[in-house]
Design a protein around this ligand. Structure first.
Ligand code: SF4
Length: 94
């Protein structure tokens, strides 16, 4: 039986909640921030979250609420995936 080893992570407690300052933010001076991560370009006051609900303005700085949190995982082997390494009738495509 195949043994799955522990992932190597620096912070062992992955349940720990932490705020990570959002990259590509623009501080607008009056305590609001503009996020430039996607085309919504949310402008947020203190306490507001972006359209994605993943970024929040806290005292004039934008923070990411989901940084480092796994959003999806799949343990099935790659052999089950519908990957075709060689097209059928390869000679017709050349
Ligand atoms: S939706 Fe989220 S990522 Fe996009 S601009 Fe707004 S806060 Fe930033």
């Amino acid at each position: 039986m195949m043994k799955i080893s522990e992932p190597k992570v620096k912070n062992k407690d992955t349940r720990q909640y932490r705020l990570q300052e959002t990259r590509l933010q623009e501080k607008l001076g009056d305590g609001t921030t503009r996020c430039h991560l996607c085309s919504w370009r949310c402008r947020l006051r203190h306490g507001q979250r972006g359209f994605c609900q993943a970024h929040v303005n806290r005292n004039g700085t934008l923070y990411n609420l989901s940084y480092g949190i796994i959003s999806a995982i799949d343990i099935s082997p790659i052999e089950e995936k519908p990957v075709k390494c060689q097209p059928e009738n390869a000679d017709q495509h050349s």
